[in-house]
Each structure stands twice: as C-alpha cells, then as structure tokens.
Design a protein around this ligand. Structure first.
Ligand code: ZN
Length: 511
C-alpha cells in the first residue's frame, strides 16, 4: 500500500516537473523570437496590383515606374550614396545608420545600395484616367475599372520588401546579408479593356485642345460595339473642396439633355415606316402646339424643308410635323429597345446613368410630343446611349457597348470575352439613306464624316443664363463607317462651334 502511494507521488512529481519545464521552454522561445524581431528591420519597397491593359495588351495602369533605392548606410557605401542623394542627405543617412528607402534618379546595384523599379498606378502621362478610376489609401478601387475589378486586381497584387539585420539601436549590422522578399510583385495578371491606346491619345489631345472646359468624347468600333476611346475634361472635379483628392467624374456615363442629336433617330424611324425622304414641310420659324409656341433657333423661317434640309438646318418645326406622320407609341418602345432609360453596363460593375424617356401617357399631350420630336422635354440620355444610337444609324445593327476585352492570367495570356452578336434593327435601305443625309448634315456643320449637331436647353441656370448642353454625334467614314463618336460640352455655345471641330480633328487623326 505504502509502495503504491510512493509510486503515485513520484509520477505526479514527474508530470508537474515536465509541465514546468515545458512552460519555461515556451517562454524562452518567445523571448528569443522577440529578440530576433527587434534585431531585424523590414522595409516595404513597393506594393502592386493587377494590370489594366488596352486591347493590344499595352498597360494603361500602372502607367509609369519610379526608382526606389534601398540603402544600408555605412562608410563603404558613402560614394554611391553621395552620387545618388547628394552629400548632405548621404551624411544624414550615415549618421542615423538605419536602413532606409529613398527615391533615386539613376539605378545602382552595390552591396549596400540597390535600386528597384516600382510601378506608379497613375503617372503624369496616364491615359483614360476617368475610365480607369481611382484607389483609396488601402489600395481599393473607389470608381471606374479599379472599382469594378477590385477583387480581381487585388488578387494579382503583391509586394516587395527587404529584411535587414540591425543592432538594438536599429543600425545596420555590417557584414549581415539582407534578404529580399518578393511576393508576386510583378504579376502580369489583370484585365484587358477594349480601349486602343493610340485612339485614346488622339481623343484626349483633341478634347484638351478644344474650347470644351467640361465635357467628354467617346469613340466606338461600329462593327463590334467595343469602346475604343473614352475621355473627359476636366481631370479633377473642380466643384469639390479639395480637387486633388476628390474622385473625378466620367462624363460619358452621365445623363444630359439631348436636343437635336436625337432628330436623326426620328428621321430613321420615319423612313423605316414608309415616310419618304422627300416628305416636306414649310417652316415659318414658329408653330403653335396647344398652348405652347415652338420655334426654330432664332425664330428663323427655314422655308420649304425636305428631310435633308431639315437635318442640315436643324429645323425644329419640321420634326414636330414629322412626329405626326409616325406612331409615337411604337417610336417610344423602339427608343426603349435601343437602350434609352436603361443603365447600360459597359462591364460588370460599370454602367451609364439610366437617363429618362417620356412615358406613353406624356406623349398624349401635344406639347410633350412636340418636345420629344426634337430631343427635349423629359428625354435625358448619356453619351454612351447616344453612341449606341449612332452605331445603329451607321450600320443598322446594334451590339451592347462594352469596355471589357477579357481577363489576363499571371503569365500574361488573354482570356477573351465572347463577343456579342449584333442585332439588326434598321433595314439596309434606311441605313444607306441615313448615311447620305448625315454626311450632308456634317458638311453643313463644316466637319467631315456623317453626323448631327445639337444644342439642348438644360433647365439649369447659372448667373441668370441657361446652361446649354452642346453635342456632335456621328460616324466616320460616312460611306463605310468604322467608328461612331459622341462629343459633349456640358456648358457650351453650340454643337457646331464647340463639338463638331473635335469630331473633325479626331477623324482626321485616325490611323
Ligand atoms: Zn425651321
């Protein structure tokens, strides 16, 4: 009995001893780890994010690179440090002795100073800034493609760090090797857009050299519906308190008063439903509809107008009369089919504003019907929606407008999106007539290609003067169209003065 108690007591003692030893060992290990942590310093040279490419896999973002030097200050490195950062900075670095990062102008690779090339998301020469969008301080997209593809782009993100051994004071330990930690810093993965870098550059230059202070220009390939260029001015939101920090507006996605760029659609619908191009009306400069008097610009009496002349002169009263020749309810549902009053998605997570159409019951009112005939009243549309309409006028076909070419894997291989099948919505005979009519209308606006000007009242007043949305919408070349384009000035004089010259410059610069 006594022996058994002794045995039990010994066993308990051994167990307790083992436990105590284990606790001490864990404590000691933690202490050693903490000590090691105190004696290493990790510097993050740069972080990265998936690449945003154009249609030819040329990077749009990051748009630039800069050199970052990792420095382990010591006497032996002084010559390189002085050459890179100047004498004063080099001496301060040496005095502190701690490993550090510094921007460099030239590359260096010595045991103590080494430069790395770090991508800059949006450099000074960045293209398509409004479409690409911005990042917040945590490197998450806040608008545009950066937001729409945030998860994918973050998934391809990485970082580059350098670990140094340092003494208790944080100074570099001489003779200790540094360790470079590369966590997929330069993956090729990302997303490819339908933007064409050259066309984007042409469009941005044309817009920046124009009299448009606030507006946009958008270009589409009419065969595929792919957006080739999308540019806005100004670069930053000037209304915001801190322009350099505020997100900026992609005007191509906003909804605006449309005006006369809508008239060709009514003309095409009338032709499609049996109205002849020779249908005429004698304009006296004004017409009374119900209680409202409508007028042509400056109350000018245009005289006898056929469809061609009415488009060249942008005769409002002709189109008010033309509306009486068609079934306005059928026209309204045609507009809905084309994408008016619908937020068209350019890719998942990026859509234009819905805008608005008058309701069928509105069109029972003669005044509303007259307003709709020349693109005013309750009609609001985005430049993207109009671009889709001018693709239709150019080809008779419509494909959903898109900015997404495909996704790119980490090796740089493109997985292309399945292209949309075009839908025919206008007969070829109508299209041929529209090409001729709009070529004459563009010539009347003193520009090339085919298209129509617009100057729309917005109902918004600034300093007792109404803000006018001015437009040019068209396609190029007139006979065998390749591109459709929409130019908008948010606060302009007229479509012919503000926007037609931008359209002309883009068309003349096209490769
Ligand atoms: Zn007129």
């Amino acid at each position: 009995m006594e022996k058994r108690i002794v045995a039990l007591f010994s066993a308990v003692c051994i167990l307790l001893g083992a436990l105590l030893w284990r606790t001490m060992e864990v404590g000691r290990r933690q202490e050693t780890q903490a000590l090691q942590r105190a004696h290493t310093r990790v510097l993050t040279v740069g972080t990265s994010r998936g690449v945003i490419y154009d249609r030819n896999l040329q990077p749009l973002a990051p748009s630039d690179e800069r050199l970052v030097a990792v420095v382990a200050p010591c006497e032996a490195a002084m010559q390189t440090m002085t050459a890179l950062f100047g004498k004063d900075t080099a001496q301060q670095m040496l005095l502190r002795g701690a490993p550090c990062l510094a921007n460099a102008e030239t590359a260096a690779e010595t045991p103590f100073v080494r430069t790395f090339s770090v991508p800059v998301r949006r450099g000074d020469s960045a293209l398509a800034a409004h479409l690409i969008g911005t990042l917040n301080s945590e490197s998450h997209g806040t608008c545009g493609i950066e937001k729409a593809f945030d998860t994918l782009l973050n998934g391809f993100g990485g970082s580059l760090s350098v670990r140094f051994a340092v003494d208790a004071a944080g100074r570099v330990l001489p003779g200790e090797a540094k360790e470079i930690i590369d966590r997929t810093f330069k993956s090729k993965g990302g997303v490819a857009l339908t933007i064409d870098t050259e066309l984007q550059r042409i469009t941005e230059a044309a817009l920046q050299n124009s009299r448009i202070q606030s507006g946009c220009a958008v270009i589409m390939d009419v065969q595929t519906g792919e957006i080739r260029a999308m540019a806005s001015v100004p670069l930053f939101d000037t209304d915001a308190a801190s322009p350099s920090l505020s997100p900026f507006t992609n005007k191509a996605l906003g909804a605006y008063s449309v005006g006369s760029v809508f008239k060709p659609l009514l003309a095409a619908f009338a032709l499609e439903h049996g109205v002849k191009r020779s249908f005429s009306y004698t304009c006296t400069g004004t017409c009374q509809i119900g209680e409202t008097q409508f007028q042509c610009f400056g109350q000018k009496a245009h005289g006898k107008q056929t469809m061609k002349e009415a488009l060249e002169n942008s005769c409002n009263t002709y189109f008010i009369r033309l509306m009486q020749e068609i079934d306005e309810t059928a026209f309204l549902s045609f507009c809905e089919t084309l994408g008016f009053s619908r937020a068209i998605a350019l890719c998942d997570g990026l859509s234009c504003s819905k805008g608005s159409l008058p309701a069928a019951r509105d069109l029972l009112l003669p005044g509303e019907r007259a307003n709709f005939a020349f693109g005013q009243g309750k009609l609001l549309a985005s430049p993207v929606q109009l671009l889709s309409v001018y693709q239709l006028l150019a080809t008779g076909l419509q494909t959903p407008p898109t900015v997404l070419c495909g996704t790119v894997d980490e090796h740089g291989a493109l997985q292309r999106e399945t292209p949309f099948a075009p839908v025919r919505r206008l007969k070829e005979t109508t299209v041929r007539q529209m090409r001729t009519l709009l070529a004459a209308s563009a010539k009347a606006a003193d520009t090339v290609g085919a298209g129509k000007t617009g100057t729309a009242q917005s109902g918004i007043f600034e300093a007792e003067k109404e803000v006018c949305r001015t437009w040019f919408a068209g396609f190029f070349p007139a006979k065998a169209p390749r591109y459709a384009a929409v130019i908008l000035n948010e606060n302009g004089v007229s479509g012919a003065v503000d926007c037609a010259p931008v359209f002309g410059e883009i068309c003349r610069s096209l490769p």
